[in-house]
Design a binder for this molecule. Sequence first.
Ligand SMILES: NC(=O)C1=CN([C@@H]2O[C@H](COP(=O)(O)OP(=O)(O)OC[C@H]3O[C@@H](n4cnc5c(N)ncnc54)[C@H](O)[C@@H]3O)[C@@H](O)[C@H]2O)C=CC1
Ligand SMILES: CC(C)(CO)C(=O)C(=O)O
Length: 339
Amino acid sequence: MISKEPKIMILGAGAVGLSIAGMLSKNCYVSAVCRKRHADAISQKGLYKSGIWGEEIIHDIRCYTKSDELFEELIPSDNKKFDFIIITSKSSDTEKICEEYQNLFKNNIIVSIQNGIGNEEIIEKYAENIIGATITTNFSSPKDGFVKVMSESEPLKLGIYPCEFRKNSHNNSIPDYNSELEQLIEIFKKSGINAKRSKNIRSAIWEKSLLNIAVNPLTALLSIPVGDVLDENLKSLITGLIKETFLVMSAKKITTKWAGPEDYLNYLFDILIPSFSNAYTSMYQDIQLNRKTEIDFINGAVVRFGKEQKIETPFNSCICSLIKYQENKVSLSQCTQDQ
Ligand SMILES: NC(=O)C1=CN([C@@H]2O[C@H](COP(=O)(O)OP(=O)(O)OC[C@H]3O[C@@H](n4cnc5c(N)ncnc54)[C@H](O)[C@@H]3O)[C@@H](O)[C@H]2O)C=CC1
Ligand SMILES: CC(C)(CO)C(=O)C(=O)O
């Protein structure tokens, strides 16, 4: 049963999570776990949101920076404090977030709004009821307590994970929280976020990942906006990345709405990339800010599953090595500075 004013907790709120928090706060009681710098700015001046989701300052988001701060406020017996818990951290932080906040997970529905392959499998170790999602919108956080929402090409897609693919490992039955999923979609729509149900969220996540596999590492390595990958030299590289991914998906029996890689590449080059022409990807932002990237969950996942399925993935392996080199260069230079 969802409360009249739904209670939403957002874990790992940065560019995506705070933008969603800002929108949902119109209709919900929203709490967010974020870094102290964001929490301080928001408590002093509110959250500034600009771009295609509207320009406004939002004052009613409750920010927490540590689990003990939050747990102190919760009544111990109240294990259904939130109607939905949404994880919007980078994939590389999913495990840590789950470890830290797992006390909240019992009897709750956990929603992953993240990029990459494998987040739901991590969350599944801590929670029974999982909603997977894809978001094909561009976000950034130019300063603390400030978010900017730019281009958008598809609605937010949400679906029960793993649905038909696997029986619920905890009680051996297909989990049934369809009505909660429908209510969540309504909450998003009412708050101004275009959202729809995905009947096969596992495939939808791979479909969305194709865009990240194609553009995220290249834009990060070359410091370019998405539209610049339409250069002929880069297009042939992207073709290699995508063809390998389709071979891996087919070996894993992941079906998509495209007949094959050529069909997808036409859509990617003619429609998807042009709709994000001036956008800077989340991986570009990570490299610029000297942060660890999500490469292991994007191209790294293709390489991992390729090995499992005995499929060669030289394009994806090469791009992973280049990103790892870039990440190591940064951590090495930080070590030198520390000494
Ligand atoms: N930025 C974009 O345009 C898009 C991002 N995505 C995906 O959405 C997810 C989130 O991306 P962004 O919001 O851009 O990342 P972000 O780096 O701006 O936000 C993640 C936030 O989680 C916080 N965090 C991590 N661990 C934490 C912990 N233990 N306690 C408190 N806070 C913690 C980080 O400090 C950070 O502020 C990623 O999977 C990304 O790939 C998807 C579509 C577009
Ligand atoms: C859709 C896109 C490319 C938007 O920025 C994205 O998913 C990302 O940056 O990771």
